[in-house]
Design a protein around this ligand. Sequence first.
Ligand SMILES: Nc1ncnc2c1ncn2[C@@H]1O[C@H](COP(=O)(O)OP(=O)(O)OP(=O)(O)O)[C@@H](O)[C@H]1O
Ligand SMILES: [Mg+2]
Length: 375
Amino acid sequence: MAKENFGIKKLYACNYFFNPGYKKAVESIKLGASDYLEKPLSSEHLAEIVRKYKKKILNTEYGFDETIGTSNLMQEVFGAIKKAAVSESNVLITGESGTGKELVARAIHKWSPRKEKAFVIINCGAIPDTLLESELFGFEKGAFTGANYTKKGLLEFADEGTVFFDEIGDVSTLFQVKILRVLQEGEVMRIGGSKHIKVNLRVISATNRDLETARRRGLFREDLFYRLNVIHIHLPPLRDRKEDIPAIVRHFLEKHSVKRKDMLIKDISDEAMSILMSYDYPGNIRELENIIEHAISFAGGPIIIPSNLPVNLLKTPSQKINPSPKLKEALKNVEKELIWAALQRTGGNISKAAIELGVHRQHLQRKLKSLKYET
Ligand SMILES: Nc1ncnc2c1ncn2[C@@H]1O[C@H](COP(=O)(O)OP(=O)(O)OP(=O)(O)O)[C@@H](O)[C@H]1O
Ligand SMILES: [Mg+2]
């Protein structure tokens, strides 16, 4: 792949240019070094420099923090994350399952002035109404049978930090009433308690449901909806931003290749990448991550080839034959299907696949190129 390691290696190589003399330092900067370090080296100074460049790297063209994306759609999301991070307003993150809602919520907290305080995740769908109050508000010792100790609620833990209401679209009416009151009054009371406890919360919520429609139908409280939805960030599905796939694949290769103790899996072939580009990812980035983990486990050499990918990828909806196709489209689908199957059988070897298909290698290569980024 052309863009190796997101440019990190180069940056560090330049940065760690040990140079005692000022003149040499100036020369090295002129030659392209990003910085210079003088001996004796203090660990604080080194840490400061690393922090500085880490921050730069986090804001590269490849994404923001751990959220990778090169598409215009994701650039807009990164802009919104940065704005949300420096604001105290509540944020609603929407998007299909696996699009990165939790990742974005964490990034907002991590880059906000509240970063040193708690980030408390409340998995709304998982708390039954019977446990709601004790989970959210906590209880005093003796409040009910079995309350042998005093317990802080999740909202109290989140004081001065960020509370992340995950799956907010799945909450009961009771849950909605309870959190609305906390947001309005800025205080909680433990079960069995007698005093109100002030809580300073920044709320981020996420849902893969259409909350707007739920609100219009009266299924989600309007007042709560508007309180939660001050800044809205929508994460587009991966199929609408396929240009993000190569950078995300690289990211997951780096992240998961350490799991192979016997071999360093460091790249992916163009053919395998073409297959990844033509799949629709109903499970979005979570599914892509699983695919890369799978491929790393099954790779027989340092480069991932088509046969290392899960078989279902070769049967994508886009490759299935449309029941009422135009002739040109139908022929293209058949062609794609045959090529993918030949590549699968030959472990991604283009020469062998070309022989199987009875075409010249160059012809197959041209075909692959022309089919490469089609969906
Ligand atoms: N843009 C991205 N770059 C890198 N990794 C990503 C990106 N988006 C998501 N991921 C990874 O994909 C996985 C799923 O992300 P996450 O849990 O944030 O999705 P979600 O939208 O909250 O899904 P769900 O609705 O199912 O809870 C995580 O491992 C996350 O780190
Ligand atoms: Mg989630």
